[in-house]
Unconditional design. Structure first.
Length: 99
């Protein structure tokens, strides 16, 4: 299988990159294309999204830089409707946890 990153977005827990500080949470969201042949020999060509949690760490003269020590988690296919539904579900879970 071949894996090619189509888009890579880093989301900071700050109003701007300039305001980000050491220890702040950061999330990396990647859109990846997977192509080749599956275990059954059939052609595969699909896009999927992964999320990786990280932390901003002090990087000397460069300020802070994201560090991603954990493994990424796939949220499945890159269907826009599915991704919006996942985002909505995550928002609802976050709201219920805050209550």
């Amino acid at each position: 299988m071949e894996y090619n990153t189509i888009e890579n977005l880093t989301v900071y827990n700050a109003d701007s990159v300039e305001e980000a500080e050491d220890g702040d949470r950061v999330i990396r969201v990647e859109l990846t294309n997977m192509s080749g042949r599956g275990d059954d020999g059939e052609p595969v060509d699909t896009d999927f999204v992964t999320i990786t949690k990280g932390t901003l760490r002090e990087n000397g003269d460069f300020g802070v830089a994201p560090e991603f020590p954990g493994q990424s988690k796939s949220v499945g296919s890159a269907d826009p409707d599915d991704l919006r539904l996942i985002a909505s579900g995550l928002e609802e879970v976050a709201d219920s946890i805050e209550e």
